[in-house]
Structure formats: structure tokens, C-alpha cells
Design a protein around this ligand. Sequence first.
Ligand SMILES: [Zn+2]
Length: 405
Amino acid sequence: MQQQQQCFHNQEITRIHLQPEFQTVQLLCEECVEDRGLTTKFEQLVLLQKVKKQPEELLSKINLDSTVKVFLSRLLKATEDDLKITKRRWSERLQAIKQMFDKLINETETYFDQLKKELEEFRKGLVTIVNFSRFEQLIQDDQQTNKEIQIVNYIKELESGITGQKKTDILNLINGYKEKIKNTQIPSITDRLSKITSEMNEYQSTVTKYSQKCNPDILPQLPQLPLQQSSKILSQRNFEKLLERITNQKRSTTNLIYQAQQQQGINSESFWNSVNNKINLLMIFKSKNKAIFGGYTPCQWKKLSTPLQQGVYDENSISFLFCLNGEDLKFFPIKRENKPAIILNSSQGPNFGGDLNINADFQGGTINLGTTYSNDILPGQPQLIFGSQNQPNINECEIIQIIPQ
Ligand SMILES: [Zn+2]
């Protein structure tokens, strides 16, 4: 039997020493921990102060089902203090943004008041120079005989006068007015916008991180993408789903490089000019009968001189085709069979491995899944199709470049 060692330091007991091999525990003060050389054996030492706040501190160190134990030990990172501090910090940062908007509201009021004032002064000056009160009198005075003639005379005087001193006066007035408008400070959003964008992106990434801290079993999620990019064809949710699949949770930015509608002329020439030499392109198409489909490849698109044709291989088998089925996306990944992911031919439209082939006019084309992209679809499951007419008949097209950070 192991001799029971108790603390004789007469100090505050701070830790429990777990000794599962002897089926015993010891209550220790900090000096005991030092004396017994336990300072590095954290897995056996339970800090009493911590266990009061986080019972999982104890539970994660005893003999429990490993799933439970792993979850609890990861949950230890989520402390109330941390939540409290982060909450306060972000409240302050959001308050600062709010203050920025308060300041913008003030500037807006000042700006429009100033414009109103300058306009008023300008009109006052104009009225004085052209003796406008005389004109008003002429119009209002019902006793006046030959009213029309008087008005014509007034206008004639004005017209002849305008070449002389009156002209100089009016020009001076206009120049002075222009100068004042020019000097009225226009509220600028440039700095604010970049500040808000960067703050909001950081905010998004922080709150996402804490969601994961408090639920360690969920996969770390990529914070929602920078606010600026969206798709006109796909819903934000599906667009983000596509980007997540492509970026594989890594930070990246997007760049819209081509957006066209049939009326404005989607054609192979504008297409190849836009994609030439670019990699990591996501293409989204919408047909006249509302079918939505497209593809992504990391491979480089190149505008070859006709009639050259060339296949480009995707060594990492990342490329995929997709279509929208109801509300959801259906993916068709490239097969690992060393076939070209895309086929370059600038007298045609985009061609994904021969499986999705769009003609130069973006109206004709073929779908023939299974050669390069997987077609292991169970009967009854959605298939990549152009829609009811079985022709691309592309009405809208978006091409987005994904740029890893
Ligand atoms: Zn002690």
C-alpha cells in the first residue's frame, strides 16, 4: 500500500493530483507540486480554481469514453473570460464604426446645408444684378398699362446689358459660385469603405472562430467571403458553396473577369479575350430556359491561334462540372484518368474535357458526361443537362477568378 502523503505546508490547496495507477488522488498546494517535481505533469494535475469554472477540466483527465474525453479537452479552450473579453473588444470596435457613421451623418447634413446656402446666395446675387424685382413688379402690377411692352423692354435691356458691365458681374458671380461649390468638402466614403470592409471581414472570421471554439467538432469554416463578390446567376448560398469547394477552406479573394448577357453579345471572341492566360476560373452559365450549370478548373486557359487545339491536364484532379438542381448544386468531379480537363480551341467556346462543349455562338453545344468528368449518377438522380431543349442556348455568363491569399 502506497504511503498517503499529505500536504504539511499549511498552504492553500490548489490542485488535485490524479494517480490512476494507484486508484488514488492527493490534494496539493503549489509547494507540494514543486517539491514532488510535478510541474510538468499537467495531464495528472487538476487545477481546482479552473475546475470550478470548467468541470471538463476534471472530466477530460479521467478515464472516460475517448470521444467524450476528446470533446471535453477541446472545449477547455472555450473559457468564459475569453468570451467576455472578446465580446467587449468587439462591442468597442463596432461602436467605433457606429461613431464613424454618426460622423458621416453630421458631414452629410453640413454638406447639403452648405450647398443650399451657396445656391441661395448665388440666386440672390443674380436677382440683384439683373434687377429682377423690376420684372416681378411688372408682372404683378395690374394697373400697369402696356405690360407686355414693358416686359419686352426689360428683356431687351437685359440682353444688351449682358454684353457690358452686367455680363462681367454675372460671370464674376458664376465663377465665385463655382469656386464655393468646389471648396465645399464632399463627404468621402473611400477610407470608410475600406475600414468597414476590413473590420467586417475580421468580425466575420472572429465570430466564426468562436462558434467553432464552443463546438470543437464542427469543421473550421471559412468566414463568409469578403462582402464585395456575389453572383448574378447563383444565390449567395450556392455561390459560397462553390467557392468553399474550390478554396477548400483557404482564404482567397475573387475577381469577376467576364459578365455578359446574350443581348450584349456573348461570343467566343470576347470569351477568349477575357480568359486568355488566366488560371483558377469558375464559369457559371444560364440558358434561355433557366438551366444553370458550369465548371471550374485550375488549368490555364489560352487563346490559341486557330486552327490549333490543345488539351490541358489537371494534375491534382480538382476540376469539376456542376449544375443547379432545384435549390441545390450537383457536382461532377473530374475522373482520375489523366484526360485533359479542358480543351483549348479559340474558334469554339469553352470545352471541359469534351464532356461539356459550348460552340462559338454560345447557343449550340453538347453534353456527354462520363469521358472526363464522372457520371456515376444513380437512376433518378439529377443529371447535367442544358434544360429542356438540350442545347446550351446561353443567355447569361459569368466568369470569376479565384485568387488564393
Ligand atoms: Zn503542500
